[in-house]
Write a protein that binds this ligand. Structure first.
Ligand code: PGA
Length: 245
């Protein structure tokens, strides 16, 4: 993986394969310092994979078993066989809307690593928790699944819930504290080697705030939602990151 990582989370967008292919084509730029991945809805993955040449493909979720009687689910093995490299796991929208628990998140992380996919574990608390100084407590619980992991490459995305889709990013100095907390936590309690973990930030990233966020926070990349659906804006974000030292 290159120095920085920029991941686009398209969520439940766009409405047609035609639009998805167009968007992917516009984003498919060559980079030097930055690994770029897009995570479209499952339905579009194969077609997009066949179209893109420079960027990588990820999924927004997967199940915790590789096969069997699990109606409506998509397995890590299926994704791997399709050429998917990354999987977002434990996004706060899934924790909230689908009631995904820490145990479910843990099972998914283990299975994706076993199969050789790179999980992007989303962690982060609510504004109320931040106000009560509970951020690190929340993170400790959400990071617990990583403690037993011995090998594999993984990404941790710090995404404060209140900063997602609101146009309001976390203070870069606060992000810096959290990034070093996550690094220290994994170093102290985890078995996974430090250079196999990347810590990135997500929450209302756009071309206006990206430079400051990365420079001041020392995050190693970003998870971008809304702005990844606008190809010009997303490519701008990539270009700005590319130009950072
Ligand atoms: P946002 O979403 O960039 O629209 O805030 C980020 C995310 O949900 O990963």
């Amino acid at each position: 993986m290159k120095k920085y990582l920029v991941v686009g989370n398209w969520k439940m967008n766009p409405a047609s394969l035609k639009e998805a292919l167009f968007l992917a084509g516009e984003i498919d730029v060559r980079t030097k310092n930055t690994t770029v991945a897009i995570c479209p809805p499952f339905l579009y993955i194969e077609s997009i994979k066949n179209k893109i040449k420079n960027i990588k493909i990820g999924a927004q979720n997967c199940f915790w078993e590789n096969k069997g009687a699990f109606t409506g689910e998509i397995s890590p093995l299926m994704l791997k066989n399709l050429g998917v490299e990354f999987v977002i796991i434990g996004h706060s929208e899934r924790r909230k809307n689908l009631k995904e628990t820490d145990k479910i998140v843990e099972d998914k992380i283990k299975k994706t690593l076993q199969i050789g996919l790179i999980p992007i574990l989303c962690v982060g608390g609510a504004k109320k928790q931040k106000a009560k100084n509970l951020t690190f407590k929340v993170l400790r619980k959400q990071l617990a699944p990583l403690i037993e992991i011995k090998k594999g490459f993984l990404i941790v995305a710090y995404e404060p819930i209140w900063a997602i889709g609101r146009g309001e990013t976390e203070d870069p100095l606060e992000i810096k504290k959290v990034v070093s907390f996550i690094r220290e936590f994994l170093k102290a309690s985890g078995k996974i080697k430090e250079n196999y973990v990347r810590i990135i930030y997500g929450g209302s990233i756009d071309s206006k705030n990206i430079k400051k966020v990365i420079e001041s926070s020392k995050a190693e990349g970003v998870l971008v939602g809304g702005a990844s659906l606008n190809s010009k804006e997303f490519v701008k974000i990539i270009k700005i990151i590319e130009d950072l030292k």
